[in-house]
Design a protein around this ligand. Structure first.
Ligand code: E4P
Length: 218
């Protein structure tokens, strides 16, 4: 499973990209508002830092304006994935943009039927929102399982499942087990994935024993 980071915070993106383990970035209007920066500038800056797909979301709700916004966003850089909401106008925009070879991330997916429509519209990514379903006492992860099975039943589907609205480290692991192709993860959760108390304890013991040898590697 690939890892995207779900943020518009440039410092966080730079830090994670420097590991060489960051495959892409997703943003949304709320994350852009939180950054306090100009949308087009932030997306351009992120695209300079990360080689993988960078999702930039349209703001309009009607097809004509979404299409125009999507085309403008796609011109920022080759790795922009235009993000459109899962509505009929969004799907129509997805079809038009994907027919032109532009990557599209269809967002705000909460049902398997929506995911089927997005695949038929040529979406590069479908974004099922796990955490927001969990918030409603539903089992968000079931949606990832269902979409995986449905997509695997149709050899023509090329859409990648991008697990979104991830709130915990277990969401990341469970998304991978459910067959998600990508997880977009908030920076704090992404950084926490490396942590384990037994790793820390093991390093402490090895370092203490190494010091006793009096040796150096360099
Ligand atoms: C996905 O692309 C969205 O930006 C994001 O995952 C939404 O997460 P939230 O439900 O925590 O806002």
């Amino acid at each position: 499973m690939k890892f995207f980071v779900d943020t518009a915070d440039i410092a966080e993106i730079q830090e994670l990209a420097s590991t060489g383990l960051l495959d892409g970035v997703t943003t949304n209007p709320s994350l852009i508002a939180k950054s306090g920066r100009q949308f087009l500038d932030v997306i351009a800056e992120i695209c300079d830092i990360v080689d993988g797909p960078v999702s930039a979301e349209v703001a309009a709700l009607d097809y004509e304006t979404m299409l125009a916004e999507g085309k403008k966003l796609s011109k920022i850089a080759d790795n922009v994935a235009v993000k459109v909401p899962l509505t009929w106008d969004g799907l129509k925009t997805c079809k038009a943009l994907s027919d032109e070879g532009i990557m599209v991330n269809v967002t705000l997916c909460f049902s398997a039927n929506q995911a089927m429509l997005a695949a038929n519209a040529g979406a590069t990514f479908i974004s099922p929102f796990i955490g927001r379903l969990d918030d409603m006492n539903l089992e968000g992860m079931d949606l990832i399982h269902d979409i995986r099975q449905i997509y695997d039943n149709d050899p023509d589907v090329e859409t990648a499942i991008l697990a979104a609205s991830i709130r915990t480290a277990n969401h990341v692991k469970d998304s991978a087990l459910a067959g998600a192709d990508v997880a977009t993860v908030p920076p704090a959760i992404l950084k926490s994935l490396v942590q384990h108390p037994l790793t820390d304890k093991g390093i402490e013991a090895f370092m203490a024993d190494w010091a006793k040898t009096g040796q150096k590697i360099l």
